[in-house]
Design a protein around this ligand. Structure first.
Ligand SMILES: CC(C)(COP(=O)(O)OP(=O)(O)OC[C@H]1O[C@@H](n2cnc3c(N)ncnc32)[C@H](O)[C@@H]1OP(=O)(O)O)[C@@H](O)C(=O)NCCC(=O)NCCS
Length: 176
């Protein structure tokens, strides 16, 4: 009887091991076969971009997102890129040419978000690389960004990619 119980638990353990290995294999296969590409944003991205903006913490309609995309496309000092996985938009970044009176022009990353389901797969890094290339093509030598102090995980991401924290700020607003 004891021998039978032992062999049943051995079979059960083997079953768990095999199914776990299979799951791991499928996850790895999905990650490795994932084809990600980047391109400049187009008006047709509005719906997907609005959904991702919500993941960034901004509630914005598809209609307003479309207006924003069109404004970016028409402004040569602004650009936005989306990351595609197959045909799905899974991330976006926007960047601008920043002119200040008191310092030389610089590139500014205006926003960056990756779909929650696609994080930690190298897509954020790809978009940062693209933003850096855009800045260099514009003749700029500095890329700056602002990041909410609450986004501790994101600070680690930027530090990992070589960004250096230079200061902390407060943001003030007034209705016009
Ligand atoms: C921050 C964010 C854009 C990062 O994108 P991502 O696609 O998940 O990051 P990546 O997979 O490209 O990471 C690139 C590298 O940074 C590392 N990294 C990512 N997140 C990290 C973290 N929290 N801590 C340490 N390293 C991190 C990765 O391990 C990876 O290293 P590798 O190149 O050696 O593999 C994404 O997590 C996100 O959308 N977060 C919520 C929105 C947000 O905070 N946006 C920025 C607003 S300023």
């Amino acid at each position: 009887m004891q021998g039978k119980q032992r062999s049943e638990s051995t079979i059960y353990m083997a079953f768990i091991l095999v199914t776990s290995a299979l799951k791991l294999f499928l996850i790895l296969r999905n990650i490795l076969s994932m084809k990600v590409s980047l391109r400049v944003i187009v008006p047709e991205d509005a719906a997907a971009v609005a959904i991702l903006s919500a993941q960034l913490g901004y509630t914005i309609s598809e209609e307003q997102t479309l207006k924003n995309i069109k404004a970016i496309i028409e402004n040569e000092n602004c650009e936005a890129f989306v990351a595609l996985c197959e045909d799905d938009v899974v991330g976006w970044t926007s960047i601008s040419y920043n002119i200040q009176l008191e310092s030389p022009p610089s590139a500014e990353l205006r926003g960056l978000v990756i779909d929650e389901r696609y994080r930690k797969k190298g897509i954020g890094k790809m978009l940062i690389k693209k933003a850096k290339e855009w800045g260099r093509e514009k003749g700029l030598s500095l890329l700056r960004l602002r990041c909410n102090v609450k986004r501790i995980e994101t600070h680690l991401f930027y530090s990992y990619l070589g960004f250096v924290e230079t200061k902390q700020q407060k943001v003030f607003e007034i209705t016009l």
